[in-house]
Write a protein that binds this ligand. Structure first.
Ligand code: PHE
Length: 341
């Protein structure tokens, strides 16, 4: 085939090429090892040496022309293919996003926020502590040494010999005391706690808010006044409050505080076990052993502590008849709190 004819052939074939795959085929057809241009070379041996030089020159020119042209063609086609793909795969940014089904705060968070606000108003700071806690803080430093019988009441979830899921928020007392290095403290700590419990008023995971005040001249009267203020702020004057003697290894004296039953207005029902009262918190004056272990001078400092069940308070406030509703994630339940804002 004449060189001129090759060029015409190439230009003609090129016209029908529509995608990058076909450009490659065109390249192989003309420039491949067994392609049309290489085949020209076999003609060389039939030529005289002058003719050879002239012929080789022309072959190189056509080779160069075709390879440059194919390169250009390839880059044009790739560009076009990319634009086509971008147009096809385009995302419509004006489509509305997925709507969240519930926008209300969880009733437990509503209660935590409300109690936090009441306490912050009295000058308390909010602290946090780990849920996977050391035996040292959950028990030892709260005057609950190994084999103390009061540990049985909080038989719980151990991770290993020295770590467990905390059974109350009280370990935060010990942590904050150590951190405060003998100085006054006024904190609350909301958080999750874990125990082996499961009935309409107890769950294996529930929430507490711990309170701790350490200073000079802190008395039981301060504790009573504080708790009465918190509970009346939460429930109003209508609910009655009862203080009972109690026992906690980390407080002395210890009290338990009951609120009159919301379900039956203290007439007696299954929820309050016919007593008319529901226990909402434990409290007391910080035990001197606890203060001493954390490096406080008991001649100078006293303190009080309290721990309240957030779940119970939520149940009281919102008339929830089963604690398990709080953890079942049912939107029909959750949407009843605060409306769909
Ligand atoms: N930690 C106790 C409990 O979970 C409650 C409590 C806290 C009692 C602080 C006294 C002082 O039962």
């Amino acid at each position: 085939m004449e060189i001129k004819a090759i060029k015409e052939n190439y230009l003609k074939q090129k016209e029908s090429v529509i995608n990058s795959k076909e450009v490659n085929e065109l390249r192989i057809n003309f420039l491949g090892k067994k392609g049309i241009v290489n085949e020209l070379m076999s003609k060389l041996k039939t030529l005289s040496s002058e003719e050879k030089i002239e012929f080789a020159k022309e072959v190189n020119l056509i080779k160069q022309f075709i390879s440059e042209d194919i390169e250009q063609l390839m880059s044009d086609i790739k560009k076009r293919e990319l634009n086509e793909r971008l147009a096809k795969e385009a995302i419509d940014l004006t489509l509305p996003g997925r709507d969240y089904k519930s926008k209300n705060k969880h009733p437990l968070n509503l209660v935590i926020d409300e109690i936090s606000e009441i306490c912050i108003g009295m000058g308390y700071k909010v602290e946090e502590g780990p849920e996977v806690e050391l035996d040292q803080f959950n028990f030892e430093m709260l005057n609950l040494p190994k084999d103390h019988p009061a540990r049985d009441m909080q038989d719980t979830f151990y991770i290993d010999g020295r770590t467990l899921l905390r059974t109350h928020t009280s370990p935060v007392q010990a942590r904050v005391m150590l951190k405060s290095e003998g100085k006054p403290i006024k904190i609350i700590c909301p958080g999750k706690v874990y125990r082996r419990d499961d009935d309409p008023t107890h769950s294996h995971q529930f929430m507490q808010i711990e309170g701790l005040v350490i200073d000079e001249n802190v008395t039981l009267a301060d504790l009573k006044g504080t708790l009465a203020y918190i509970i009346r702020s939460l429930f109003g004057e209508k609910r009655e409050i009862r203080f009972r003697n109690s026992y906690f290894p980390f407080t002395e004296p210890s009290v338990e505080v009951d609120v009159s039953c919301f379900n039956c207005d203290s007439k007696g029902c299954s929820l309050c076990k016919q007593t008319g009262w529901i226990e909402v918190l434990g409290a007391g004056m910080v035990h001197p052993n606890v203060l001493t272990m954390a490096g406080y001078d008991t001649n100078k400092y006293q303190g009080f502590a309290f721990g309240m069940g957030v779940d119970r308070i939520a149940m009281l406030k919102y008339g929830i008849d089963d604690i398990r509703h709080l953890y079942s994630n049912d939107l029909r339940f959750l949407n009843q709190f605060g409306g769909n804002k």
